[in-house]
Ligand binder design. Structure first.
Ligand code: HXC
Ligand code: NAP
Length: 285
């Protein structure tokens, strides 16, 4: 979507950048000229992604559990030691699984809150403090939420609570840190196939039983490059006046679920004449 070289000279850090959507975002950042640090718990998996993507540009893999503030600071310092600057942070790392809420232990709930909400908080604090202390401007943070951050959702309640918190973090920091030259935005993807999400949210036969495509007005799942294009736009100077925004990229999925009568799409077109007669016949009653 952006022209070649749109991210030239930029250093971008992507948490969870070794797999799934984070990997696709990393790839697109590299194609546009950025140097990219990818970070998550599993160094081996990060190194495999580095091997794959380094034909496109410089990649720094760094093991860091975003739940641990000291590890986050060490990761930030490692990126600074390597490239001397950081321009963008993508809070993409997440943990999630489906479960009836009454089956969850307090620890299970906290595990998700710690990764998703506290992980985003830890990274935002670490990077924001560095930029502000050094008077560095033209920086951006991009948080990956999802549409149930505002609708809520059963069966993924810890994730819904955590993502709602990340959305509040996005809007709050946009207002507070905008004057420090830091833009904070979010993207809210609908269903994009990844091994990490699909194996935990639609395991086994659930994939066929609950065909996500049927929930989407566009009738298909998202393609990784579509999200990567949006993410790189929001990280680039072309979105320089966008701050505090959450951009939904779900093919219309959540609105379809929200509109009370959208289920009438199940009515066969041939039935509408009879239905119209019934409706007209109700006149005056
Ligand atoms: C109930 C569960 C459980 C399950 C784990 N727990 N899985 N409880 N049902 N299926 C409980 C454990 O029993 C334990 O509690 C607690 O949660 C912590 O589990 P651990 O395995 O020790 O945690 P950890 O090793 O830190 O692993 C975290 C994880 C794991 C979240 C459980 O799945 C993970 O590493 N995920 C990272 C990647 C990921 O989840 N990607 C998907 C993102 S998709 P007790 O009390 O028993 O000790 C996404 C999509 C959003 O976010 C929107 C889609 C449209
Ligand atoms: P994924 O491949 O499982 O990505 C999650 C990443 O987070 C992994 O790379 C994982 O790596 C990392 N991670 C987990 N816990 C971590 C921790 N404690 N510290 C550091 N890194 C950690 O799944 P995905 O589908 O690409 O998800 C990426 C993002 O998109 C998430 O924020 C998710 O909520 C969001 N999203 C996805 C969809 C979808 O349909 N796929 C829809 C809406 C939103 P390690 O295991 O190596 O730590």
């Amino acid at each position: 979507m952006l022209r070649e070289g749109a991210l030239d000279g930029k250093v971008i850090v992507i948490t969870g950048g070794g797999t799934g959507l984070g990997k696709s975002m990393s790839e697109q950042c590299l194609r546009l000229g950025a140097r990219v640090a990818i970070t998550s718990r599993k160094l081996e998996s990060l190194k495999r992604t580095q091997d794959e993507l380094s034909v496109l540009g410089e990649v720094l893999p760094w093991a860091c559990d975003v739940r641990e503030p000291e590890q986050v600071d060490a990761m930030r310092d490692a990126v600074l030691a390597r490239w001397g600057r950081i321009d963008g942070l993508v809070n993409n790392a997440a943990g999630n699984f489906i479960s009836p809420t009454e089956r969850l232990s307090s620890k299970a709930f906290r595990t998700i809150i710690d990764i998703v909400l506290m992980g985003s908080v830890n990274c935002s604090l670490s990077f924001g403090k560095h930029w502000i202390a050094n008077g560095e401007r033209d920086k951006c943070m991009l948080n990956v939420v999802t549409t149930y951050a505002w609708t809520g959702s059963g069966y993924v309640v810890p994730s819904a609570c955590a993502k709602a918190g990340v959305l509040a973090l996005t809007r709050s920091l946009a207002a507070e840190w905008g004057r420090q030259g830091i833009r904070t935005n979010a993207v809210a993807p609908g269903p994009f196939p990844t091994k990490g999400a699909w194996s935990r949210l639609l395991p086994g036969e659930l994939m066929e039983r609950f065909d996500m495509r049927k929930k989407v007005p566009l009738g298909r799942l998202g393609e990784h490059h579509e999200l990567a294009d949006l993410v790189t736009y929001l990280l680039s100077p072309f979105s320089g006046y966008v701050n505090g925004e959450v951009v939904t990229i779900d093919g219309g999925e959540w609105l379809k679920g929200a509109g009370q009568f959208n289920l009438l799409e199940q009515i066969e077109p041939g039935m509408w004449d009879a239905i119209e007669q019934l409706v007209r016949g109700a006149k005056g009653s």
